[in-house]
Design a protein around this ligand. Structure first.
Ligand code: IPD
Ligand code: CA
Ligand code: CA
Length: 269
């Protein structure tokens, strides 16, 4: 039987590695950088690429037989039971516009389940982490979801995928519905951070459509270990390979599902 990687082995490797990549990102923040377009509004910068190269090469060196799924496409498939899932820079649009919120997200999947996750916000020096069954932490302090019990008192966050101008299923109807029923809705542009902010009680709920495994893999484990409820919009079981995600402090989950069920009609541009 394959032995799983221990929490100690995971953290010993990932904490210094991600902090180094974070220091590199800090050094390039707000400086002139090369930006390319992956789509009309989907950017990639030289910092995304270099960060991914640093993460992938370090993981490959330590675990040459493991699979790696990385957003910018430099991962490798070895048909291992282990898969590292990497978003080297979550919040690229923020980074490119000098908006001070972005993160590095790394998760480890074992036999199809997320075993460990780490999300680092280098500008605020906030390191979120979790290992399955061992709780969730922010800078070594345990974290928990909020106690807010009603949607009308809840601070929510959402995001919009890069196909927002093209897809009919563009989340604007849900945004509209939630704005009228919650205390407020934010849009920070960093899905990994949105999930970690639910985990530590800064947000009470988060929903988004069309996310990718690298956006959510680490953050959903951190949120789950902090007591969050995680599902698809209709309440069914979420996996990182699904496209619709609802995360809350549990207490407002049913109310959020009810609101998400209302909003099938797409908004016209
Ligand atoms: C994006 C961010 C954003 C979300 C987008 C993602 P990227 O990731 O997580 O919050 O709304 O759907 O694609 O491109 O900055 O890594
Ligand atoms: Ca992302
Ligand atoms: Ca990214």
């Amino acid at each position: 039987m394959t032995q799983t990687i221990s929490s100690k082995a995971f953290y010993n490797m990932i904490v210094p590695l991600i902090k180094d990549v974070g220091a590199y990102q800090r050094s390039r923040y707000s400086k002139a950088i090369k930006v390319e377009f992956k789509g009309d509004i989907n950017l990639v910068t030289e910092v995304d690429k270099k960060s991914e190269a640093l993460l992938v090469s370090a993981i490959q060196k330590q675990y040459p037989d493991h699979d790696i799924l990385a957003e910018e496409g430099t991962g490798t498939r070895k048909d291992s039971q282990y898969k590292w899932i990497i978003d080297p820079l979550d919040g690229t649009t923020n980074f490119a516009h000098n908006y001070p919120l972005f993160a590095i997200s790394v998760a480890l999947e074992f036999k199809g389940e997320i075993l460990a996750g780490a999300v680092y916000d280098p500008l605020h020096d906030e390191f979120f982490r979790a290992f399955k069954g061992h709780g969730a932490y922010l800078n070594d302090k345990p974290i928990k979801v909020s106690m807010v019990g009603q949607l009308s008192k809840a601070l929510l966050v959402t995001g919009f995928a890069y196909n927002v101008k093209k897809s009919q299923d563009n989340n604007l109807c849900h945004f509209n519905n939630m704005i009228f029923r919650s205390q407020a809705v934010r849009r920070d542009g960093v899905a990994a951070i949105d999930l970690c902010y639910v985990a530590c009680g800064r947000y009470d709920g988060f929903w988004e459509l069309n996310l990718y495994p690298w956006d959510t893999a680490a953050g959903i484990l951190i949120a789950a270990e902090a007591g969050a409820k995680i599902s698809c919009f209709n309440g069914s079981t979420y996996s990182i390979y699904e496209r619709d995600l609802l995360v809350s402090n549990n207490k407002i989950h049913k109310e959020m599902i009810r609101v998400l069920k209302m909003g099938k009609l797409p908004m016209k541009m």
